[in-house]
Design a protein around this ligand. Structure first.
Ligand code: HEM
Length: 366
């Protein structure tokens, strides 16, 4: 294995382990009898999932795009932090994740210096939200606070990437302005959750309402402006990606509506629905759609499209519908079974993606 490939594959493997730990912790939180490492703190499910898995993966993607070895230090620091967290070294793990998130911010500053662009500013703002969320978690603030900042990180990163790709079709100025306002509302809403002197939950609910409005605007922007609307008519991977994106935007609008009505991370009876319509419906759907194009860049392995990919996409959305309906209507077994099937959808995605990648290696070897 070449030196650069090793620099990439090790953090990628750590991110994968963090994802598996997060899935096990999520199931345990629903009361499913999963056997987990005794050191695994199931209350850190969100931290395993976002700074641990996705923070490391996004830093790796940026480092690979820069293509210089020192940049790989950032995903490495995050990866070691994620492993420490999984092994029960919570303080050291969160501190390394804080350092990794500031490293990601520094990568965006560097990218902006090379080529100034609005999408880099949006993604950089996302990295700043990750750093703020990680700092709050490291300082021991109850996890509903960092959760809101982590959500902002994921949404701004994905929206920034979609804006970057839409450059080719030159979106109208007004639509770009609307997107900037939407991103600004998310950042403003999160900042409001820090207003001193008010009882924290009240400020947090007010802030998440404003962020929810931002999510709705971003979703409408995506549904109207993203190239996916046109490419959904093309066959193969292009249509698959477009359907992942469009369905993701619909879930982002649902999440925004729930946050707007006060059911964000700060609480409320619909908390699970408000969180996972965003994290699974929007974020995971986007991951499913982008994996066949991003994994080859990061791992060097081609992931050819296979029609079977619609299985994990269909299962994700169907199971999430069951879970969200169960949470909103107060039917715990529906939410619990939906959660179990969500995990099945993610595992199926991993299995079918690995099978597609291995099929090309076998074809090349024969
Ligand atoms: C795949 C199946 C998943 C299951 C079974 C699951 C399960 C859960 C459960 C039961 C909770 C507690 C909800 C509450 O207290 O109301 C929770 C919270 C949370 N989840 Fe998930 N989840 C999953 C996927 C995800 C994903 C993909 C992400 C992020 C990308 C995520 C991030 C979070 C966060 C940030 C929280 C709040 C913090 C916490 O309480 O740990 N989850 N999840």
């Amino acid at each position: 294995m070449s030196r650069e490939r090793w620099w990439r594959m090790a953090p990628m493997a750590a991110a994968g382990v963090s994802l598996l730990g997060a899935l096990a912790a999520g199931l345990a939180r629903f009361g499913w009898p999963v056997r987990v490492l005794p050191s695994l703190d199931v209350l850190l499910h969100g931290a395993f999932m976002i700074p641990g898995f996705l923070g490391t993966l996004i830093a790796l993607e940026r480092a690979a795009a820069l293509g210089v070895l020192p940049a790989y230090l950032v995903p490495w620091v995050s990866a070691v932090g994620a492993l420490c967290l999984l092994l029960g070294a919570k303080g050291a793990g969160l501190l390394l994740l804080v350092l990794g998130s500031f490293g990601l911010l520094a990568l965006y500053v560097h990218i902006y210096r090379i080529q100034p662009a609005l999408h880099t500013v949006i993604m950089g703002a996302g990295a700043a939200l990750l750093a703020a969320g990680n700092l709050l978690a490291w300082r021991g603030v109850p996890l509903d606070r960092p959760t809101a900042w982590w959500a902002g990180f994921l949404v701004l990163t994905i929206i920034g990437e979609r804006l970057e790709l839409s450059r080719l079709v030159r979106p109208p100025r007004l639509s770009v302005r609307i997107l900037v306002v939407a991103c600004g509302l998310v950042v403003l809403g999160l900042a409001l959750t820090l207003v001193p002197g008010r009882p924290a939950p009240e400020a947090a609910v007010a802030g998440t309402r404003v962020a929810g409005l931002g999510f709705i605007l971003q979703a409408l922007w995506g549904l109207r402006q993203d190239a996916a609307r046109r490419t959904a008519r093309l066959p193969g991977l292009t249509r698959f990606m477009a359907l992942c994106l469009l369905s993701g935007y619909v879930w982002l609008a649902v999440a925004g509506a729930l946050w707007l009505t006060g059911s964000g991370p700060a609480g409320g009876w619909a908390r699970d629905a408000a969180l996972h319509s965003l994290f699974l419906g929007f974020v995971m759907s986007m991951i499913f759609g982008h994996a066949p194009v991003i994994l080859p860049v990061v791992t060097g392995l081609a992931v050819p499209f296979q029609p079977g990919f619609y299985l994990h996409l269909g299962l994700l959305h169907a199971s999430l519908l069951v879970r969200v309906t169960g949470s909103l209507l107060g039917i715990p077994p529906a939410a619990r079974w939906g959660g179990l099937l969500n995990v099945a959808a993610v595992l199926l995605f991993l299995a079918l993606t690995a099978r597609a990648a291995l099929s090309t290696r076998q074809a090349a070897a024969s």
